[in-house]
Design a protein around this ligand. Structure first.
Ligand code: 13P
Length: 256
């Protein structure tokens, strides 16, 4: 029996206009109002955060953003600060998603600044890490993840990290339909927990939630959640449809 409350987070990526996002949020509120023992978060695009926040009002679903910039304010055209996210109703923020690393030049250094800025604003960062197909095939998975953790969390100390959540998203499993098997996910999650134990101690390593992401669907979530070190999911494509996403949420709730 795990003592960590599972979290299922929907990353909507660059999908949904404001009206579409609000409609999806309303449908989700209805469908998962009865879900217990599981925390739920959705991360719409920036433009839809405030209206979706209103639609989620007094529901059991929290709001998250998909990115932030680390400065508080200033001449940074096109960027969004942590305090702006808080004022739009966000509690969570996804940081270092592989799509941001791949297409927008993010690296462990920028990820580190973003994690610190999120924590400073009392946002819960969901730090995304994961290896590419090439790295897995050349047996570099563990060393790549170690580097991402070490550099992404550089100069942070235990008391800063209470809020933090980790998401293991193997790049080869994102949007490809190729889910990691539950054994592959467990092997990596266990490794990540042992790394966190080495860097931050046993208590923290036992408390931190480690989500799995990459082609999570209603029909593979229960198997993944049965693994002792998998504490929930970061869901992309399958989070866009309220019906499919609510099935994932209910599977997690019923697998406890
Ligand atoms: P998919 O669920 O579409 O594979 O995306 C996973 C992901 O990137 C979540 O952040």
């Amino acid at each position: 029996m795990k003592n960590r409350v599972p979290l299922v987070a929907g990353n909507w990526k660059m999908f949904k206009t404001c009206p579409e996002a609000v409609e999806s949020a309303r449908q989700l509120v209805q469908r998962i109002s009865d879900a217990t023992g599981v925390e739920v978060m959705i991360a719409p695009p920036f433009t839809a955060l405030a209206p979706v926040s209103d639609a989620l009002n007094e529901s059991n679903i929290s709001l998250g953003a998909q990115n932030l910039f680390w400065e508080k304010e200033g001449a940074y055209t096109g960027e969004i600060s942590p305090v702006m996210l808080v004022s739009a109703g966000c509690r969570y923020v996804i940081i270092g998603h592989s799509e941001r690393r791949q297409y927008f030049g993010e690296n462990d250094g920028t990820v580190n600044k973003k994690i610190k800025a999120a924590l400073d604003a009392s946002l819960t960062p969901i730090l995304c890490i994961g290896e590419s197909e090439n790295e897995r095939e050349s047996d570099k998975t563990f060393s790549v993840l170690d580097k991402q953790i070490k550099n992404g969390l550089k100069d942070l100390v235990l008391k800063d990290l209470e809020l933090m959540i980790l998401a293991y998203e193997p790049v080869w499993a994102i949007g490809t339909g190729k889910t990691a098997t539950s054994d592959q996910a467990q092997e990596v999650h266990q490794f990540l927990r042992s790394l966190l134990k080495k860097y931050f101690g046993t208590t923290f390593s036992q408390l931190i939630r480690i989500l799995y992401g990459g082609s999570v669907k209603p029909d593979n979530i229960s198997e993944l959640m049965a693994m002792p070190d998998v504490d929930g999911a970061l869901v992309g494509g399958a989070s866009l449809d309220p019906d499919t996403f609510s099935k994932i949420v209910h599977h997690i709730g019923s697998s406890l």
